[in-house]
Ligand binder design. Structure first.
Ligand code: ZN
Ligand code: ZN
Length: 277
């Protein structure tokens, strides 16, 4: 599978010269194999993916972790949605009361957006998922609720030889005085276990996290602890705070890694990164 990162930022797009390297667009990642294109989240990064959409592809499957604005912001700017010949499936978490359509329409309808979701030329098909397992083309996908405010999913995407795990918004340390503890009690563990590549929330420093406990995000050191527990092969910091410049992110990574030895590779996800698993 080919994994391309189109947006790495959390909470709000943060385009600026000092963020050029890691990027200013919010969460969006494509996973491709043959004619199958999965899109994980529709943050502002999805616009560029739409502009560079592989020719000849007639179906796209968009998997939304949750409906916070930074993960759906780019949906109305994704060109394949305006192609009547494109088959579009949008997967998203089941809500407590309202349907996925009703919740997405809050944004994709006037006055917030000029076109209604159901009036888009591709007539997207909406599919609600929760603790689910399903196949799309060569991929076997598992979704599961993870710790973040509002119904939020993490994803595990497998093909015949590799595993990719995606948890952009995740606070597995919430409520645990000695994180990490038992794998069975750790949010997201089963999704990430043994993954070849994990993209994980690493929005905050320890100092930034203290007044934001319960907001649904992780410190860089908790992301590292989670990856260690799940025995992944590689973990990239993801969902960068809008206030963290390229220089600051590199400095924070070095601080988080200092005096620690991990059995897996680490890095900071950057817009434009491509991985072949
Ligand atoms: Zn987010
Ligand atoms: Zn969120």
């Amino acid at each position: 599978m080919t994994i391309t990162i189109w947006g790495t930022r959390g909470s709000l797009p943060a385009p600026s010269p000092e963020n050029n390297h890691f990027g200013g667009n919010t969460s969006c990642v494509s996973v491709e194999q043959g004619d199958t294109v999965l899109v994980l989240d529709a943050g502002s990064g999805i616009r560029r993916l739409g502009n560079n959409f592989p020719p000849g592809i007639t179906q796209v499957d968009i998997l939304l972790t949750h409906l916070h604005l930074d993960h759906i912001l780019g949906l109305g700017f994704f060109l394949p949605l305006y192609n009547p010949a494109m088959r579009v499936n949008i997967y998203g978490p089941t809500g407590h009361k309202e349907s996925l359509l009703t919740r997405l329409q809050r944004y994709l309808s006037p006055p917030l957006f000029p076109i209604r979701l159901q009036d888009l030329p591709s007539r997207p098909n909406l599919i609600e998922i929760n603790e689910s397992a399903f196949d799309i083309g060569p991929f076997h996908i598992k979704s599961s609720y993870i710790c973040h405010p509002g119904p939020t999913l993490g994803f595990r995407v497998e093909n015949e030889k590799s595993v990719f795990a995606y948890m952009p918004d995740h606070e597995p340390a919430l409520g645990s005085a000695h994180f990490p503890t038992e794998p069975a009690w750790t949010s997201g563990y089963a999704l990430a276990q043994g993954a070849d590549l994990l993209l994980h929330d690493a929005q905050y420093t320890e100092e930034e996290y203290r007044p934001r406990v319960g907001w649904g995000h992780s410190t860089m050191s908790d992301a590292l602890k989670f990856a260690e527990l799940a025995a992944v092969k590689k973990m990239l910091f993801f969902h960068h705070d809008p206030s963290h410049s390229d220089e600051r992110l590199q400095q924070l990574q070095q601080e988080a890694m200092k005096n620690n030895h991990f059995s897996f590779k680490t890095g900071i996800a950057a817009e434009g990164d491509v991985f072949y698993l």
